[in-house]
Each structure stands twice: as C-alpha cells, then as structure tokens.
Design a protein around this ligand. Structure first.
Ligand code: HEC
Length: 176
C-alpha cells in the first residue's frame, strides 16, 4: 500500500514539476485535438500510404491545412505561423494498412516558441482523440525526440515530405 502511494505522489510530483516548467500538460492540446477532428477535410499530399519505419513501422498519409499548402506544395520555406501538418497512421497488417494508429502533428508556432528548432510544436493524438504527447523540441520536452530527428530535414523547415507531393529537397532520411 505504502509503495503504491509513494509512486502516486512521485507521479503527481513529476506532473507538477512539468507544469512549473511551463511544459504542456499531457492530454491537453486544443490545436492537436481539433486537428484530429478536422484534418480529413484538408489537402492530402500523398496518394499511396508510406510505410514509415520512423513512426512505429506504420502506414502513413500526410494532410496539410490551408496555411501550410503554399509552402508545402511550392517548397517556399519556412512555413507561416499557423501552418499544421497532420500525419495519419495505420498499424501494419500483413503489409497493408490495418487498425487506425496515432495522429502525428506538427504546428508552426509564433517566433520564439522554440527558435532553435524552427518554432515547431509537435503532438501525438491517440486514436480515441486524446493528446498523448505534446511539446516543443527543447531539452526535457516530451517531444524533444521528434525535433531531434526532424532536425535532419532543417533544409525543408524540418519537414521530410517522404512519399508526398510536397516540394522538398533530399534529406539524410529521404528514400534511396
Ligand atoms: C527517427 C526520425 C523521426 C522521429 C523520431 C519522428 N519523425 Fe516524424 N517524420 C520522419 C520522417 C522520415 C518523415 C517522412 C515520412 C515518413 O517516412 O514517415 C516524418 C514525417 C512526419 C510528419 C509529416 C511531415 C513531414 O515531415 O513529412 C509529421 C507531422 C511528423 N513526422 C510528426 C512527428 C512527431 C509528432 C514526432 C514525435 C512524436 C515525430 N514525427 C518523430 C522522421 C521522424
């Protein structure tokens, strides 16, 4: 009983520490959860799914909102503030898209949000519509690992665009 209580207190402590450090609270990301409801009405930039080794070996499709369209399709980077890219995923089922997986979101925030990583906000929305992860690319953020990898695509404002019609230059993770 006591150890369980201690664990509960420790977890609460971690959450409080996160809030103190102005980290987003897991499960609360209004833009990402709204994105999960709207992205299917946005422009889909790939026709065939891409099997993404870097996102849990899932089949993925990318959608861009209106603010992201011009930059994405003409390759004029950086993306404007308010641009959102949503990557829908499906678990692999014998080489074909199966059950719905998480939605991966990148949202361009105002200058200064995370200047060292292009001011991108990263989020993951679970299939039930709740935000599972959210944050910027700074050290200690739950989404720092997203930014660490996406930094390889800095040349395209941190967007890889693999398998899409987005006009991107080759990156270290471009398909061979
Ligand atoms: C190890 C590298 C890696 C990590 C970690 C990673 N990504 Fe990606 N991401 C990619 C690659 C490569 C693509 C291009 C399409 C593909 O292969 O899935 C991509 C594509 C995307 C896209 C579509 C826009 C684009 O760049 O083409 C979004 C949105 C995205 N990732 C969000 C995330 C989020 C959110 C996280 C963290 C939870 C994350 N990614 C972690 C490598 C990574």
């Amino acid at each position: 009983m006591v150890p369980r209580l201690l664990i509960a207190l420790a977890v609460a402590g971690v959450l409080t520490a996160c809030a103190d450090a102005a980290q987003p609270v897991p499960g609360q990301d209004p833009v990402a959860t709204a994105t999960a409801k709207q992205y299917r009405t946005w422009r889909k930039v790939n026709d065939a799914p891409v099997l993404s080794a870097t996102h849990g070996n899932r089949h993925v499709f990318t959608f861009v909102n209106r603010k992201a369209e011009v930059a994405a399709l003409s390759g004029t980077f950086p993306f404007p503030v308010g641009a959102i890219l949503a990557k829908e995923s499906f678990e692999d089922q014998g080489g074909r898209p199966g059950a719905k997986g998480p939605l991966f979101v990148m949202e361009k925030r105002a200058k200064g949000y995370d200047a060292a990583h292009g001011d991108w906000h990263y989020a993951v929305v679970a299939p039930d519509g709740t935000a599972a992860l959210a944050g910027n690319g700074k050290d200690g953020s739950p989404t720092a690992f997203c930014a660490a990898c996406h930094s390889m695509a800095k040349i395209n404002d941190y967007v890889f665009g693999n398998g899409t019609r987005m006009k991107v230059k080759a990156t270290p993770l471009s398909p061979k």
